[in-house]
Write a protein that binds this ligand. Sequence first.
Ligand code: ADP
Ligand code: MG
Length: 728
Amino acid sequence: MSTLRFHAIKESLSHKPLFFEDKERRSELFGKNVFNETAMRQYLTKDALKGVMNAIKHGKKIDRNIADQVASSMRDWALSKGVTHYTHWFQPLTGTTAEKHDAFFEILEDGMAIEKFGGTQLVQQEPDASSFPNGGIRNTFEARGYTAWDPTSPAFIYGTTLCIPTIFVAYTGEALDYKTPLLRALFAIDSAATEVCKYFDKNVKKVSSSLGWEQEYFLVDKLLISSRPDIQLTGRTLLGHSAAKGQQLDDHYFGSIPTRAFNFMKELEYECMLLGIPVKTRHNEVAPNQFELAPIYEEVNLAVDHNSLVMDIMGRVASKHDFKVLLHEKPFAGINGSGKHNNWSLSTDTGVNLLSPGKTPMSNLQFLTFFINTIKAVYEYEDLLRASIASASNDHRLGANEAPPAIMSVFIGEQLTKVLEELEGVTKGKLSPEEKTELKLNVVGKIPDVLLDNTDRNRTSPFAFTGNKFEFRAVGSLANCGNPMTVLNTIVAKQLKEFKVEVDKLIDKKDLKKDEAVFNVLREYIKSIKPILFEGNGYGQAWEEEAVKRGLSNNKTTPEALKAKISAKAIELFEEMNVMSKIESHARYEIEMEAYIMHIQIESRVLGDIARNHIVPTAVKYQNILIENVKGLKEIFEDKYKTVAKEQMGLIEEISAHIEAINSNVTKMTDARRKANTMDDIAQKATSYCFDVKSIFKDIRYHCDKLELLVDDEIWPLAKYRELLFTR
Ligand code: ADP
Ligand code: MG
């Protein structure tokens, strides 16, 4: 009997729900462990509070003296909550979060001990960061990178550690994390959007970008995973025959949440509340044991931090409940994978959502301006947007007939399509008073009404307008949202900047009124953006063919998609918008290509190992049982044995054929890997891993999965799909 698997199954059955009581009200829990405005008001001097608020709201620098004051107040606040250590908390390009804890504790010259934490420690740290990916920016032997305080994301306490959100940069100034370019992109969109807002409202001084992410994930019993080296090492199943029951019955989606999972969620949400993460929605997803968590949207930088934090907390809370969280985009073949929709909008400091139709014709013209410019930005940089969500794991979703396709397109719904059609007919140059009235009353003025009944939703679109926000649906569940958010905000900023130039030109040179100029530029945009607008079925073959005609890219794999990151157009964009230097763009490209290669390499090694060292020996063992059986039958039946033992002998042959196929394919894969490893050019190497190495996975898997159906269940070593997906 396969001891590990059966032991795991037996033990997992004894896993009972760990009841979690949430006694306190959410409103009271919310932000209890965050050094937020409430805590700051209590602990900071007036001057210090003003300094920090200015930094948060207006991006002003915090001077040394203030930093010292903030640090000591932060320390007092943290000590009052039983904290012993502090850490700079950052998001290196590994995709996870990083922290290095230091104790507050320090010894003075006379041997006395105190809890010390000053401005220096708050503002800057030098983690020995030589092992983080840097894409060749920093020589490893120098290991000189530093983390610097980001006051726009508040410090928080996790466990007994004070965590200070920071950026992570090389001494030479290049960004080594997700946050730094994101902050620059947010600055760029603020500047560009504020300028455009001034056409409509002179009082606007700041535009912020908002993000509401929807995190999908799987929960699997922790013990069952102990028999699955593939899940342990790669986060997904590399083999495994589908269960008799999958998601055919649609009985999991929005169904009642299983008790064990429910208690996990309650505790997770409790932790989120303490950390000021406004989680709100929880429900079952389509696949068995798949769930979703979504917060109320927040300013992008904070939302990105919160999502990274949530992914981390999920793992820790899950472990307490004897679960493992799978954030991989495709943990199981044959059933739905996980994504992370990024809901995005822009809003002004005067409280207006720029992607929400307003009540007056003027505010609707403003809405249309931002709406159309966003679509234009996506059109101009569709390949870059695709690249921003490229990863080895997300390749399983995009273009795989369940998530949005790898082709970027925008869905806006029937009503707004009509509005755009009408605007396309606007007269060139000056507008007659009648036309203006008509536009204001019947075209622009009508938007709020039409949107109310605009309930059609196209779930196959990667970038859909959903009433008052755009929903970028192609983001992977495992992704750091910083990457797509940096790109989206940068391209829209660039587009708005261009729009401003064009409108100003019409006002100055052609003597048009402001609204006439806006109508004129938008009309031309509407004509140009048509290829990116698509309302049909994004999963169909027909769309792939249509997209080619429209000139849209369709990069199905990461090595193909990432190339857009270092196109002349992309490098120019990031430089112009002060988001990334050429060196930084190249470094990121290298890091992501390298990460792709590593992921496929690890998967390939694990698959080879499981196939040869777990599956083949098991098959041989079973074959031996059959051989013994045939021998016994021969002894009893003598000549007649060929009829009696026919099935068994057939099985013996069938098993041999599968074993042979597995072995030869593993050898073929290993050779392909060896060859790829000799390549110096990173793009060539990644491509080889993608098309020469990874392409063999499915053949190996096919034969292993066939064996799973043949071999006696009693000796099968790996937890099966039905066990992984239906034990809860
Ligand atoms: P869905 O039907 O896709 O689940 P929801 O209305 O439940 O959509 O919202 C999903 C996410 O969108 C939530 O995180 C929510 O906070 C966020 N969201 C709602 N409005 C906005 C907005 N204006 N900007 C950004 N995110 C938003
Ligand atoms: Mg959604």
